[in-house]
Design a binder for this molecule. Structure first.
Ligand SMILES: Nc1nc2c(ncn2[C@@H]2O[C@H](COP(=O)(O)OP(=O)(O)OP(=O)(O)O)[C@@H](O)[C@H]2O)c(=O)[nH]1
Ligand SMILES: [Mg+2]
Length: 307
């Protein structure tokens, strides 16, 4: 199982890793490391989306080693260790079993199109394959298509589906009634999918605030997890999105989606370094299995194409 997700991650990040890894190889190989080589390396790192500040730090680190070992492997190892140092403290697992709230409530938030609904589906699959009883709530009541999309995920993942029969129903009252029903039905984990776009930003934020407020009427510590989904391809913009959401809810985890099929895997580093919010998973495709656990070591190795 472990081997499978590592393979998955490597395959998904193969575009990024070949761009980053090959570039390093080309720059370093058969040249002595001097200032101009380092400048070229720094430019390459910056263009690999790992962030300007971090690229500078890596170059300083290489300089500090006084160019003792100038092989491609040695340079990659320095970069590897620098990435691990940034990302290791951000590893996180959702500890459902250890928390005594029934059901465990997960609220999934993010701007439109980042992959919230797919992430809800992938999480539902992950937990139901662990033998948990999972419920998912279609609190994106703004669009009928969003409700249908989540219903498909509920069938695919064998989870109980909670939705409103009324068009444009109030997402907060739906969340509230779903929470009570889930309690009655002894559901272990209830995952709430939310809207990414409303008429305007303040409507969206008011709606989230209201959902959280009504959940707290049932249990003051709810929701147990607020997961912000970010699209790995949106770079700096992700950081702006996070600060908007942080103003109104206690985001306690990130999932970074769509890391497959693009060369933007490096973007996880500036996101992690700037936001310092724990990362629980990476989205690497559109299927139910395509959520991999976030492990700093494996991620950094996959990114740099190191075995
Ligand atoms: N390749 C790839 N596609 C993804 C991933 N996650 C989501 N998608 C796709 O991205 C598109 C948008 O995903 P949704 O889950 O609908 O995004 P959303 O945030 O719920 O969007 P709204 O409800 O409109 O706010 C869909 O076509 C998904 O299948 C991923 O990790 N990799
Ligand atoms: Mg959605």
């Amino acid at each position: 199982m472990v081997v499978t997700w590592i393979k998955n991650l490597k395959k998904s990040l193969s575009k990024s890793s070949s761009v980053i890894g090959e570039g390093i190889k080309k720059i370093i190989k058969s040249r002595k490391i001097d200032d101009s080589t380092l400048e070229e390396l720094e430019n390459h790192l910056i263009s690999s989306d790992i962030g300007i500040v971090f690229s500078e730090e890596i170059i300083t680190e290489i300089k500090n080693k006084k160019y003792l070992d100038t092989s491609v492997e040695a340079v990659k190892k320095i970069i590897l260790n620098s990435i691990i140092k940034v990302l290791k403290p951000l590893e996180k697992e959702v500890l459902i079993g250890k928390i005594n709230t029934h059901p465990f409530i997960i609220l999934v938030v993010g701007v439109n199109g980042v992959g919230k609904t797919a992430t809800v589906g992938k999480l539902a699959y992950k937990f139901s394959s662990q033998g948990k009883k999972v419920g998912i709530v279609a609190a994106d009541t703004f669009r009928a298509a969003a409700v249908e999309q989540l219903e498909i995920w509920s069938k695919r993942t064998n989870s109980t589906f909670f939705s409103s029969k009324i068009e444009n129903a109030d997402p907060a009252s739906l969340s509230y009634s779903s929470y009570l029903k889930a309690k009655e039905q002894k559901i272990d984990i209830l995952i709430i999918d939310t809207a990414g776009r409303l008429h305007n930003k303040s409507n969206l934020m008011d709606q989230l605030t209201k959902i959280i407020r009504v959940l707290k009427k049932i249990n003051a510590s709810a929701p147990d997890e607020v997961i912000l989904v970010l699209d790995g391809n949106t770079g700096q913009n992700s950081i702006k999105q996070a600060s908007v959401f942080k103003e109104i809810c206690d985001i306690n985890s990130l999932i970074i989606s769509k890391l497959d099929g693009t060369a933007k895997g490096g973007a996880v580093i500036p996101i992690g370094k700037t936001l310092k919010i724990p990362i629980i998973g990476l989205g690497v495709g559109e299927q139910k299995e395509d959520l991999v656990k976030f492990e700093a070591d494996e991620f950094a190795r996959a990114l740099l194409d190191i075995n």
